[in-house]
Ligand binder design. Structure first.
Ligand code: GP9
Ligand code: MN
Length: 634
């Protein structure tokens, strides 16, 4: 009798165990496949070759088992729920990444989550990134719900040794995935700045795990940094050709500086026509009457506009993840406003958005801005707003009286906003018809660019009327791309050629216009980027302070080496364009052997690394005098 009971018990135990493993296996397969299909088809990751396909397929397996293992351990008696929870959370994480990807063509990183203050203004953009078929991201969850619902609950306690064996298998799977990725792409995880490449090789879930590890490491860097770290960064900076003086050194000494950040303005619209009409008639005319750099690239990362501000003011690179404006507000920097203070300049930023957006209120203090004219200084109504807020024409108009209160000379930055994704406009502001590709973002982009152009024209007239023109110089630059990689099809139609990675890199050009009243216009085709703005501007003003901490060069200097580094480690130099792990001949866009780009890859990586080290370690605190002078310690 007793023997029978025991054998029955054993049988039922083994049944239970089997059921448990069956549930685990079932959930693993459903979540794994769901993750695979979503990451393969919802992101545009340009997967090429069998190896990449295989990695895509295999890489969600380890992370799925890991999450299920942990969840089963926590919910020992509710394993249905554990499976459903993991499935739901996995899909939710994928969905959030997909929406972020549609907007930024990038994956979420932990520091992006610090950007809670950036919530206003996103409203209209969010609606345009949701698609009805996003519901299918949750297919796995619904399948599990269907399969598990109404079934007899499986009450199983997993015997401990089994559990350890299970985890050992999972750990091996994870390690194999990561090791395969590292073998195929050496230094992928230790030195790569290209998140798409990382996700392609280890998958979305593993990527988030990696991101977690990397960011926890980053947090400790400041604590462990010491002055010797800065010494090596300084000797790197000193090795670079420092003695580059342009013939224009001091040409604008003592002048007011207008710095105009042109929202989402890409270079390809310049001198281009749509339906027989110029898209940027005023900018074209201004460019002809100015120094116009047509091979100038934005270098921003996840911090978008704020990254461009950081780069332009500090001549340092933005961070590989997150926005410096959010993650390193407490650091010491030597920014243009701080340098100019010594020369009697007053600095101000004009931007009709909330002061907290991109953490500007805090970061502007750190960078030494004397004034920040945020939204609260403007009269913003339903009537004068569109898209993200106050229309550019009203913004510039209302900025004039504020500007006129400033003592001269001033360093005044104006950040435009209307030409922001999703490119909304009022019918009366449409001075040009939209394009007709059927892709609303691309089509409307031209209309809002044209609107900005007109607003700028009015502003320049007002500056002249106020008598400020002659004593000023004007620096205008596009802050970052407006049309992301997700619109290749429509862009191909506009440009009349396929958007290869080479073309995509070329699309990162933004206009840089330096207008000095009295100087004749000239188009300069030297390759440069936003880090070059600061040294160029300061040299025009006859100032060399800050040269020793600049990662960029004066664009007018004749012995400067033309070079533009992208935040993901891609670069453009005189002869090559390196992007998406392909080396291109810059002249004709043909693919050439990778070896030709190796020196450039090395150079770009080294520069980015030193800049990152300075920010992560807050290294400038070791060499700058105490605030507010920010002088260099003697
Ligand atoms: C918001 C404006 C736009 O204040 O700078 O931000 P973006 O999304 O372009 O970074
Ligand atoms: Mn912007």
């Amino acid at each position: 009798m007793l023997g029978k009971d025991l054998s029955e018990l054993r049988r039922s135990e083994s049944l239970n165990r089997l059921s448990h493993w069956r549930l685990f296996a079932l959930a693993t397969i459903v979540i794994w496949l769901n993750t695979y299909v979503v990451q393969r088809y919802y992101f545009d990751l340009s997967i090429t070759g069998l190896y990449q396909e295989w990695m895509m397929l295999i890489n969600p397996l380890g992370s799925t088992m890991l999450m299920l293992g942990i969840a089963f351990l926590i919910f020992r008696r509710r394993q249905h729920i554990a499976a459903l929870a993991v499935s739901f959370l996995t899909s939710a994480l994928l969905a959030v990444n997909i929406w972020y990807f549609r907007f930024y063509n990038d994956f979420i990183t932990l520091p992006v989550l610090y950007q809670k203050r950036n919530t206003n203004g996103l409203g209209s953009s969010v609606v345009t990134i949701l698609e009805w078929f996003d519901l299918f991201i949750f297919t796995g969850f619904f399948v599990l719900l269907f399969l598990l619902y109404g079934r007899r609950r499986i009450r199983v306690q997993l015997p401990r040794p089994q559990l350890y064996k299970g985890f050992a298998v999972i750990a091996c799977l994870l390690l194999i995935t990561w090791a395969m990725a590292e073998v195929a792409r050496p230094q992928l995880l230790s030195r790569s700045f290209d998140r798409q490449l990382i996700v392609k090789n280890i998958g979305t879930m593993n990527y988030h795990l990696y991101d977690l590890v990397m960011n926890s490491r980053m947090e400790t860097r400041r604590v462990f940094a010491d002055s010797t770290d800065m010494e090596s960064a300084q000797s790197y900076l000193a090795q670079r050709q420092q003695d580059v003086r342009s013939p224009l050194f001091g040409a604008a000494e003592g002048k007011n500086v207008f710095l105009i950040s042109m929202e989402s303005l890409q270079g390809f619209v310049m001198y281009r026509e749509l339906n027989g009409q110029a898209i940027t008639p005023y900018l074209n005319a201004l460019a002809q009457d100015s120094y116009y750099f047509d091979q100038f690239y934005h270098q921003t990362g996840q911090g978008k506009t704020s990254d461009s501000e950081f780069i332009v003011d500090n001549s340092m690179f933005a961070l590989p993840s997150g926005a410096v404006f959010f993650t390193h507000t407490q650091n010491r920097f030597l920014a243009t406003p701080q340098i100019l203070k010594k020369y009697g300049y007053t600095s101000a930023s004009f931007h009709a958005n909330d002061a907290t957006f991109w953490n500007r209120d805090l970061m502007y203090d750190t960078l030494g801005y004397d004034h920040f004219f945020d939204k609260s200084y403007y009269e913003v109504t339903e009537e004068n707003s569109v898209g993200w807020g106050l229309r550019d024409k009203d913004f510039f108009e209302q900025s004039m009286p504020l500007l006129q209160q400033l003592p001269q000379p001033f360093y005044a930055k104006f950040i435009s906003l209307t030409n922001h994704f999703p490119y909304e406009y009022e019918p009366e502001d449409a001075l040009i018809d939209p394009a007709e590709t059927g892709d609303a973002s691309v089509d409307n982009y031209f209309v809002t660019v044209r609107y900005f152009d007109e607003a700028l024209k009015h502003f320049m007239e007002q500056v002249k009327d106020a008598g400020l023109y002659e004593d000023s110089i004007f620096i205008l630059y596009g802050d970052h791309y407006g049309i992301s990689e997700n619109h290749k099809k429509a862009m191909a139609e506009i440009l009349g050629r396929e958007i290869t990675p080479y073309e995509q890199a070329q699309l990162q050009r933004v206009p840089l216009i330096i207008h000095i009243p009295g100087h004749e216009g000239k188009t300069l085709s030297t390759v440069g980027g936003q880090i070059d703005v600061r040294p160029t501007l300061l040299h025009l003003l006859g100032i060399t302070d800050g040269d020793h901490l600049s990662f960029g060069y004066d664009l007018f200097a004749e012995n400067r080496v033309p070079f533009a580094i992208f935040r993901d480690g891609s670069f453009v130099n005189e002869d090559h364009v390196y992007t998406s792990e392909i080396c291109y001949n810059r002249a004709d866009g043909s693919e050439i052997e990778l070896a030709a780009c190796e020196p450039g890859i090395e150079r770009a990586g080294t520069a980015l690394n030193y800049s990152d080290e300075i920010i992560y370690g807050d290294l400038l605190r070791f060499i700058l005098d105490d605030a507010p002078t920010n002088a260099i310690k003697q």
